[in-house]
Design a protein. Structure first.
Length: 158
């Protein structure tokens, strides 16, 4: 009786270990180091390999040189991934009225979209939305947090 109990326990342990082996959630592949590589055209691919956001100065919707470099990579990525559609989210820091920040967030999102379309991405593949100050990336109230909240974020929408 002891032998069959041990055998049953061993078989159960092997079955539980096998169940732990699952495919990556984003459809990516597993690298030789055991980490999951993002699937081409996925949000994770955009975030990890390209960069999904650009940052803006206070009260500005002008794309700076660092933002231009990110958007150039995004445009090339979108040309490579022809079926991908994106939504550009415009965000602001907490200062200013709700109405002002919604309008500024829209200008930021539109600036990102315009930059991408000027680089050859079809306008029909890029939509925009403004969240104003409603979705901060960082909840603190200081210069460091505010600079991270003034952003345009490109999100895969299909």
């Amino acid at each position: 009786m002891k032998f069959s109990t041990k055998l049953l326990a061993m078989i159960s342990a092997v079955a539980m270990l096998a169940a732990c082996e699952t495919a990556p959630k984003d459809g990516g592949r597993v690298n030789s180091d055991g980490r999951t590589a993002p699937h081409d055209g996925s949000q994770r691919d955009l975030e990890v390999n390209i960069g999904d956001r650009v940052f803006f100065d206070l009260d500005s919707s002008v794309i700076n040189s660092e933002g231009e470099a990110t958007l150039q990579r995004q445009a090339e990525w979108m040309k490579k991934n022809k079926n991908v559609k994106v939504t550009v989210e415009g965000h602001c820091d907490e200062r200013g009225t709700r109405e002002y920040n919604l309008a500024l967030g829209e200008r930021r999102a539109t600036a990102v979209k315009s930059y991408l379309t000027n680089l050859g991405v079809a306008s029909s593949r890029v939509s925009t939305i403004s969240y104003g100050k409603e979705r901060p990336a960082v909840a603190e109230s200081d210069d460091s947090a505010w600079s991270q909240n003034r952003r345009g974020v490109t999100v895969v929408s299909n």
